[in-house]
Design a protein around this ligand. Structure first.
Ligand code: FES
Length: 286
């Protein structure tokens, strides 16, 4: 009893008895997450010089700022989710508390810590990037480059912040929904729907599926309860927990699709502001 019996596993990075293409998943994930991180970083820094845009529009309900953050050309106000809520140093409203000398910071830099922190500490993403980037583990029953395993100790204790990032992510849902509403308010006072409106609406739906299926959210609404029936509150908690559970069962899909769509929504707006695409007005407008 108690003697360590070594497992009959092959030694050496990537060595394994598995005969399936085990490396495909982690490799594809590394490529996918790598592209998304590079794109978000590039865009986050891109608007650092937004003050040089002489002609500001009416985006974001903040009195008018455009650059490549928002579509203006067709009269709609479609703000990129990477820059929402729009925080401009020294401005009124949200930018007010931030000193003007931070003018060189992109609006994205003030806010991306919250969605990035939420995704970076997500239980699903942790599994994905521990394998894809850190080979910890490389894959099931595949030898990894190092023998040590300390679990989520040391600096990785910060992963426990996930439940707090979850509250911030919940706050994003009404903020981004407000952006959908703003995208229906056209420059001339008319009501309309453009392709950009639909892009933003789908973004909110996907982020909602991802956030409301979060393990921490599911625990908040239903964890620790041993009574689902005795009161209206208990029954409401049960319904919320059931709803969150349905989303949670596909949490990986929500995580991956919503990430793609946030980036696509931003790219759509970027492409329209660059004149590559046009934000076609489907209904109403002006
Ligand atoms: S566990 Fe993935 S978002 Fe919370």
């Amino acid at each position: 009893m108690g003697a360590n019996i070594p497992l009959p596993m092959k030694k050496g990075f990537g060595a394994t008895d598995r005969i399936d293409a085990w490396w495909k998943g982690p490799t594809a994930m590394a490529a996918y997450l790598g592209i998304m991180i590079i794109y978000a970083t590039w865009r986050g820094f891109m608007e650092a010089d937004f003050w040089i845009f002489a002609e500001y529009g009416l985006s974001g309900g903040q009195g008018g700022h455009a650059g490549t953050m928002a579509i203006e050309s067709e009269g709609s106000h479609v703000l990129s989710p990477l820059f929402s809520p729009l925080i401009l140093p020294g401005e009124g409203a949200l930018g007010g508390p931030i000193p003007k000398w931070l003018w060189w910071m992109s609006p994205a830099m003030f806010i991306l810590v919250f969605p990035a922190g939420f995704r970076g500490t997500c239980y699903y993403y942790r599994k994905a990037y521990y394998r894809a980037f850190f080979q910890q583990p490389t894959a099931c029953a595949v030898s990894k480059p190092w023998n040590t395993y300390k679990g989520e100790t040391g600096i990785l204790v910060a992963q426990n912040l996930h439940r707090y990032f979850m509250y911030a992510a919940l706050a994003y849902l009404p903020i981004l929904s407000w952006d959908v509403y703003l995208s229906t308010q056209f420059t001339g006072g008319g009501l309309g729907v453009s392709v950009g409106t639909l892009v933003l609406a789908l973004n909110v739906a996907l982020l909602g599926g991802y956030t409301l299926g979060c393990h921490a959210f599911r625990h908040i609404v239903g964890g620790g309860a041993n009574d689902w029936t005795s009161s209206p509150l208990a029954r409401l908690k049960y319904k919320l927990w059931k709803f969150s559970t349905v989303l949670n069962e596909r949490h990986k899909d929500w995580a991956l699709y919503s990430l793609f769509w946030v980036m696509f929504a931003d790219f759509y707006i970027y492409a329209c502001t660059m004149g590559w695409w046009t934000d076609i007005v489907i209904w109403g407008g002006l």
